[in-house]
Design a protein around this ligand. Sequence first.
Ligand code: PGA
Length: 253
Amino acid sequence: MKHPVLAANWKMNNGPTAAKTFMDTFLAGYPLRGDRTIIIFPPAVSLTTVAIAASSRPDVLAGVQNIHWAEKGAFTGEISAPMAKDAGARVVLVGHSERRHVFGETDAQCAKKCLAASRAKLPFMLCVGETIEQREAGETKALVTQQLRDGLSQTPNLISADFLLAYEPVWAIGTGLTASAVDASAIHTLLRSELHQMIGTRGDEIPILYGGSVNATNAAGLLTAPEVDGLLVGGASVEASSWLTIAQTGRPH
Ligand code: PGA
């Protein structure tokens, strides 16, 4: 069994001061564990704070919520993969549903971001997931397959690329609605079989996380679902106390 990956997506919460307080509390209550990996995705302004706090902890990684695909240039407000890496990021989130649905990010742009992360030698976490309309129209499987294939289409040497996937049904994000463990497993199994077609047995090693209204109460059930290798948590990851509970969910491996 793979070690679980438990990822906190703070979204636009926890500036540097709050991030420092969070990390002090979290790390004090979460001694080093070799049986799981924790990733914290703070807002970019708090990235260095989180990275410095986690620097002595091989089991806790700082990540960045978004990058631009260019290395540098006239892109006001953006940051590049090399810059994020320089600031301490060790993982890049690509194609989160809020990037796609609030900011209009396309599969083609996600593909360029995955390529940029690979070039910077930063592992990326590609997010896929359907809206409620797409779900009700029976389009979920075709949609997530397309998001997966399009998102990875530019990544060189995919078989040796360092990446993770996150299945986050849009209708479950921030709504209090969670996919059942059975529903999540069905899509994770589909994604796993697509990975097999693309990269053979290497596909077994790619962690596939579930996200969407995960909290301290439902985390354990989701983590036991087949093919659910971890959790990507938004709202319930913003406070250290709630995150501490989720980070320690599940039996030791
Ligand atoms: P949520 O967000 O846990 O608040 O639903 C998950 C996410 O967007 O990654």
